[in-house]
Design a protein around this ligand. Structure first.
Ligand code: UD1
Length: 438
């Protein structure tokens, strides 16, 4: 059964980080494709898959349900289960966000489903109410219990569903549930993130009938069966951005291969406004900062805005820009939980419950701490800190890389859940890291 491997990194600041990084397919797409494969009656193949903890967890969940999963390098093959079990074991409670997405596919296969409480990063309440409302709209009887969620439906039926906010996960739940439902589903207020579109394309290869309309509308005509399909995942835009910033913040230069430019358009423009210079080709993107970095005001948003998973590396970059920068997080209400660790490392960051920088957001009249003002240039100190989540973990490594002395970083499993071989990648770029099992 899946066990988190506790690990600590000892990071030695090693000057500018330079070199080439190849990013694999995105963490936020791979596991959803694995869930989609549950719907096919023949095997599916997912190529260019990253080696991340979330894939390990999802593999074990699928195997526990009776699916056969083969993994070889970056290729994952998922073969249908003859008689899949209807319960994701409670041992998977809180490990990631994937079980909730399995409800629809399990209902199609077995008519009933139980999934344990989902986890993922502690970056807000992260409720699943949109997912459950969508499943109910499709005709499932859904009950929430202390250990997890139980659903029943002899057959899901298409319906009109309006999402109150364009949630990535809830859009994926609708896609994964409506493709085999009887009749038409019209989803309004859908997420349009590239990873969502990638999932829709994979389902289309499996035989699904999906129309992506303007204005966040997705129309799905249910079909009676889906076959397996094969695909090559596109590069991870979060990893690509994170390593470009690793080069900039240490005054080096990282060349990132494998992530298309159109996945990074807003990120590139934001960094360019701060003084970064880019070289962009079909194969790779590299960034350098020849002069002083300028401060900026950035608010996170749904696609194609500045992604919420990009703000943590950016926060460290802000500490090395000359002047005051502002960050306004509008997607999750509690995504600045990692700031205390950065403050311990000398980052001059003040957080506020107000909407600073950009338009007022959903958290305007709440006491959610979701804006930050960052003073640069700060001299960062090496320290001993614990990473609270995957993206915050990466920012702690960046702070450690520009600090005045070595740092000890606990909770490395968070980074490994979402980044492909981060220890090897940072080492390739010239960062001195020593690993210790806790
Ligand atoms: C996914 C990504 C995450 C990314 C996020 C936004 C994965 C595994 N994770 O998370 O890296 O930061 O999209 O791009 O793909 N909400 C509700 N009720 C729900 C569902 C969501 O209120 O039922 C709210 C959330 O609390 C949040 C907002 O909607 O405030 C957006 O969340 P969502 O887009 O669903 O994020 P995830 O799919 O969890």
């Amino acid at each position: 059964m899946f066990r988190v491997r506790e690990q600590t990194w000892h990071v030695e600041p090693s000057g500018p980080l330079r070199g080439d990084i190849v990013v694999r397919g995105s963490k936020n797409a791979v596991t959803k494709h694995m869930v989609a494969a549950m719907l096919g009656d023949t095997p599916s193949v997912i190529r260019n898959a990253p080696e991340v903890g979330d894939v390990d967890i999802t593999t074990e969940m699928l195997e526990a349900l009776g699916y056969r999963v083969g993994r070889c390098g970056g290729e994952i093959t998922i073969a249908p289960a003859d008689a899949p079990l209807a319960r994701v074991p409670e041992a998977f409670t809180g490990l990631n966000r994937i079980p909730i997405l399995m409800l629809g596919p399990l209902l199609h296969r077995t008519g009933e489903a139980f999934v344990p409480l989902v986890g993922g990063d502690a970056i807000g309440r992260r409720p699943v109410d949109f997912h459950l409302a969508a499943l109910r709209a499709l005709g499932a009887e859904v009950k929430e219990g202390p250990a997890g969620i139980t659903a029943r439906a002899a057959r899901l039926r298409g319906n009109r569903i309006d999402l109150p906010y364009p949630s990535v996960g809830a859009t994926e739940t609708v896609l994964l549930s409506a493709v085999l439902a009887e009749g038409q589903t019209v989803l309004r207020g859908a997420a349009t993130e590239p990873e969502v579109v990638e999932l829709a394309l994979f389902l289309q290869r499996m035989g699904a009938r999906i129309e992506l309309s303007p204005d966040r509308r997705i129309v799905i005509e249910g079909v009676p069966r889906l076959r397996g399909a094969s695909t090559r995942l596109a590069g991870d835009r979060i990893e690509a951005f994170s390593y470009l910033v690793a080069g900039l913040v240490t005054r080096g230069e990282v060349r990132v291969h494998g992530c298309p430019q159109d996945r990074l358009v807003t990120a590139i423009t934001t960094l360019a406004k701060m003084g970064a210079q880019f070289d962009i080709t079909e194969e790779w993107i590299s960034a350098t900062a020849p002069g002083a970095l300028r401060p900026a005001a950035v608010h996170t948003d749904t696609h194609p805005g500045f992604m919420t998973d990009w703000q943590q590396p950016l926060m460290v970059l802000f500490t090395q820009a000359e002047g005051l920068s502002v960050l306004h997080e509008t997607v999750f209400e509690n995504r600045l939980v990692y700031v205390p660790a950065l403050q311990t490392m000398g980052c001059e960051i003040e957080v506020f419950a107000a909407c600073l920088g950009g338009p007022a957001c959903r958290y305007q009249d709440t006491n959610a701490v979701h804006s930050a003002v960052i003073r640069g240039v700060s001299k960062l100190r090496g320290a001993e800190v614990t990473m609270p989540d995957v993206r915050a973990g990466f920012s702690a490594v960046l702070a450690a890389a520009v600090a005045d002395r070595s740092s000890v970083l606990h909770g490395v499993h968070h980074i490994e859940r979402g980044y492909h071989r981060p220890f090897e990648q940072f080492s390739t770029l010239g960062l001195t890291i020593r690993r210790a099992e806790a």
